[in-house]
Design a protein around this ligand. Structure first.
Ligand SMILES: [Zn+2]
Length: 212
């Protein structure tokens, strides 16, 4: 059984939030997964370089932060194409995972993901950092929920609807959260590491089909 807990960050890069989170991850000796907004990444190429150089994973959130259930399939297709093209131009390895904005799925989202060979990713534990709680309050709420195989949702950028103006409390949460995960007998890591440490799925037994 996996003893890994994945730390994932959405809505970056952010000029202040991402460097602060990266500093905290470095101090905690943790690598994590970042679901980026490529319209932001496009103007912060050095931050993307820093993410990659430190061994973090860069995956897809969107080019812009669009809610799939509120816009057309065509608009998300164009947004996703722009995002993948931007990541390519920034030298990011082709993403294999997609966390859609707000985790919202339209009826066609899975089809778009499959066409682009992107695995849709949700989360198990929500820090709700976007709502503005202190690092202490988030840690107190998350600590009892920490369990092997879980994916934690955090934000290194301020997204639409956030009730805060900086990601300072998220950055402050990183080190104590990593310590709490280790206290729970697990290791904080990327989603790639979490997935690779999962036991291989066994194929289901074929179901005999009765002759008609
Ligand atoms: Zn988001």
């Amino acid at each position: 059984m996996s003893d890994t807990i994945a730390l994932t960050f959405d809505d970056g890069p952010d000029p202040a939030g991402t460097p602060a989170v990266l500093d905290a991850l470095a101090r905690a000796e943790v690598t994590a997964t970042f679901f980026v907004l490529t319209a932001r990444a496009n103007v912060m190429p050095r931050t993307i370089d820093r993410l990659l150089a430190a061994g973090h994973e860069v995956e897809l959130h969107g080019h812009r932060h669009l809610r799939h259930t509120h816009v057309s399939r065509r608009r998300i297709e164009l947004d996703t194409n722009a995002a993948l093209e931007t990541l390519d131009l920034l030298g990011v390895p082709r993403p294999s995972r997609w966390r859609t904005p707000w985790g919202a799925y339209a009826r066609w989202t899975a089809e778009l993901a499959a066409e682009r060979r992107l695995e849709l990713i949700g989360w198990d534990l929500d820090s709700e950092d976007w709502a503005g709680p202190t690092a202490d309050a988030m840690l107190a709420r998350l600590r009892p929920e920490l369990r092997a195989g879980a994916t934690v949702l955090l934000h290194d950028g301020v997204g639409p609807g956030a009730c805060r103006t900086s990601c300072a409390q998220t950055a402050a949460l990183v080190e104590p959260l990593a310590a709490a995960i280790r206290d729970a007998g697990c290791e904080p890591a990327t989603l790639g590491r979490l997935c690779s440490s999962r036991p291989a799925r066994t194929a289901p037994e074929p179901v005999p089909v009765a002759a008609a």
